[in-house]
Design a protein around this ligand. Structure first.
Ligand code: IVH
Length: 667
């Protein structure tokens, strides 16, 4: 073996070891700097010697921005769920039931945490991670191996010895509290919707198309279940301890318990101690330890008889409803909000909680001044979960939903099939206008700094901003001296407005607040129509021919441009110099050579990036798809196309072409 190869292998195994010490054992031996230096050296050697490439190298943990759809894979053993209990008594009853079923054999129970993330199945062959599959519908899930490979606490190559040639290990992918808070802060800064809890954030992250972004977010994983034909031990606990010795993260809370008294003490201890854990948990799980006994107990339809979950009680408080207020959003949607007597819940004071819509008020049966239960489970946002009807004041009336807009007085309408009441007076209702201004200036739209919620309202009230086009008439002298404005901050706004004139058309289209036209749809429409003039001239059927535009969006666009005050705003924005066209250059590269064709891209390419190929397909009238099916017209394959995909294409008789053939096709 060459010296270089030896050095590369040694660096890889050292880095794997330090990864584990840091991410699994929480016990690093070296500092960040030394680690980074080793990593850089390995990266350099791998660059210089591609012949020693290995997809399992620790340098691969950073992910890539190659996007691709997920393929699906059937689970070898179905992924079941657990039946839930909510009290010590119910757990005790389960222990007695299993004891009886096992005819008095001594049963050892393993207590462990119920992690509140998203389930994952990992397949290892010859000590290497070969596949990671989400729970999906329990029978089959999405293959998310690339994303899972970025999670540093999941070993790509097992250490120690004694692992079976082939086995499966299941666990929970979680986003630790700290990473969750950081992610939401970032999203708030970028004005993106926040994740309600770490579970949603973990599940959302695992399904991202861009594994470099997954790597950045800081997922973690706890393993709790091993399956396979030749497992090392005859009981769950010892198998998990083996897993730990091979490099998996197995929770320290996993403990053998020998009596109901020990189980009860375990529950009592973790009911409070779980608050100190770095990750979200929503309960405990108790499992019969012996695999033979597990086999004897067997399964119910959806869950094993040999395990049970005990769910923690969400923290709950009882407080008085002062009144229900009604917020009007940018799209005119009316949201009822419970205004409460302030109450302390999981460390924060709660004064307001959304009631979401009329149906929820009715289902809960809320009356004026009712005593309401407020809960914060894994949810960050407090939730009204019930009413203490015994405490109801005599003669209290049920809470009535408003019939007219609390801001402008217009009679509300309810769109068929939707739960929300809406104020239809889009163009005169102040909170809707102010909401649209706020949206327009937002970071992902026109990115005009210095106008937040309060300022937008103040400028509206003073008559300086009555719609988004008024922004382009603002002068520093209009602003400086107003509440909260000095010369500098006034200049910042005016500069921001000036700079916004170079924001590309797709973002302008999103900024306009056309109902149902979100960020992605706006991009697709802009790419397809190229200019606002063409969009304004499009009929409903022409709009519906655009990828992802259905009847509802088409209708909404036609309605938007039919409105005179919108057309007036557009004319003023155009006059101010806002971008209403995508740059020309791509125009020449357009064709309809791929019209009606559905193409699947797979593998790694040498001549162009995968994103570039995707755009080429769209520019030439074709459609991209993530998975091969009967509808696929051909597969554009690069290096390393997965064997499963290749096989599928073959079995369906779908042509597979390489990048040169593809480029020839277009030229
Ligand atoms: S064992 C057949 N152990 O909870 C039993 N599940 O509600 C397999 N979960 O789908 C599951 N922590 O995603 C098990 N210590 C733990 C767990 C756990 C969290 C999740 C898992 C499962 C769900 C069931």
């Amino acid at each position: 073996m060459s010296e270089i190869k030896k050095q590369i292998l040694q660096l890889r195994s050292e880095l794997d070891r330090h990864n584990r010490l840091y991410y699994v054992d929480n016990n690093p031996e070296i500092g960040d700097r030394e680690y980074d230096e080793m990593m850089h050296l390995l990266e350099q050697l791998e660059r210089e010697h591609p012949e020693y490439d290995d997809p399992y190298s620790p340098t691969r943990r950073v992910g890539s921005d190659i996007t691709k759809g997920f393929t699906q894979e059937a689970h070898i053993y179905p992924m079941l769920s657990l039946s839930n209990t909510y009290s010590i008594e119910e757990v005790d009853a389960w222990v007695k039931r299993t004891d009886d079923a096992l005819a008095g054999q001594t049963t050892e129970i393993i207590g462990e945490m119920k992690f509140d993330g998203t389930g994952i199945s990992l397949i290892y062959e010859h000590g290497r991670l070969v596949r990671a599959v989400t729970r999906g519908d329990g029978e089959k899930g999405d293959v998310v191996t690339d994303n899972v490979m970025t999670i540093r606490s999941i070993p790509l190559q097992l250490s120690g010895s004694g692992w079976p040639d082939k086995f499966e290990i299941r666990g929970e992918i979680v986003l630790p509290w700290k990473a969750f808070e950081r992610l939401n802060e970032e999203r708030a800064f970028n004005e993106e919707p926040l994740f309600a809890n770490p579970r949603n954030a973990a599940a959302g992250t695992l399904k991202l198309q861009n594994s470099a972004e997954v790597a950045r977010r800081g997922l973690d994983a706890y393993l709790y279940y091993m399956l396979g034909e030749d497992l090392p031990c005859d009981n769950h606990y010892d198998n998990m301890m083996c897993a730990r010795s091979w490099g998996f993260k197995v929770s320290d809370a996993m403990t053998p318990l020998h009596s109901i008294a020990e189980i009860d003490a375990y529950i009592q201890r973790w009911d409070t101690a779980r608050r100190e854990l770095p990750v979200a948990t929503d309960g405990l799980v108790f499992k019969v330890n012996s695999l033979r006994q597990q086999l004897n107990l067997g399964f119910r339809a959806k869950s094993p008889r040999w395990a049970i979950a005990y769910k923690f009680q969400a923290e709950r408080a009882l407080t008085k409803l002062r009144f229900v207020s009604f917020d009007v959003g940018r799209m005119g949607i009316i949201t009822p909000v419970a205004n409460l007597e302030p109450v302390l819940l999981s460390g924060t004071i709660v004064k307001r909680a959304s009631l979401h819509n009329e149906d929820i008020i009715k289902t809960l049966g809320i009356h004026e001044h009712d005593m309401l239960y407020v809960e914060k489970g894994g949810e960050i946002i407090p939730k009204i979960t019930g009413v203490d009807t015994a405490a109801r004041e005599s003669g209290a009336m049920p809470v009535q939903f408003v019939t007219h807009c609390p801001a402008c007085g217009a009679p509300l309408i309810r769109v068929e099939g939707e739960a929300a009441w809406v104020c239809p007076d889009k163009y005169n209702c102040p909170p809707q206008i102010i909401g649209r201004i706020e949206h327009f200036v937002g970071r992902r739209m026109m990115n005009i700094d210095g106008i937040g919620e309060e300022t937008a309202k103040m400028l509206y009230d003073r008559g300086l901003l009555r719609n988004i086009a008024d922004l382009y008439n603002l002068k520093t002298s209009d602003l400086s001296g107003l509440e909260g404005f000095g010369q500098k901050s006034a200049e910042r706004v005016v500069d921001g407005v000036e700079r916004s004139k170079s924001i590309p058309f797709d973002r302008v289209l999103f900024a306009l607040s056309i109902p149902y036209v979100g960020e992605t749809t706006a991009k697709k429409i802009a790419r397809s129509v190229r200019t606002l003039d063409r969009l304004m001239a499009f009929s409903r059927p022409e709009l519906e021919a655009i990828d992802d535009v259905g009847p509802r969006i088409a209708e909404s666009i036609v309605e938007y441009f039919a409105n005179e005050s919108n057309r007036d705003i557009i004319a003023r924005l155009r006059h101010a110099g806002v971008q209403f066209e995508l740059p020309e250059e791509e125009e020449s590269e357009k064709s309809d050579r791929l019209a009606g064709k559905t193409v699947v891209i797979s593998g790694v390419f040498a001549l162009h990036s995968r994103d570039q190929y995707k755009e080429m397909i769209e520019r030439n009238g074709g459609k991209n798809s993530g998975s091969i099916s009967k509808k696929t017209d051909f597969v554009l394959a690069g290096e390393n196309m997965g064997p499963a995909k290749l096989e599928k294409a073959r079995s369906l008789n779908i042509p597979v072409i390489n990048e040169q053939e593809f480029l020839d096709m277009l030229s």
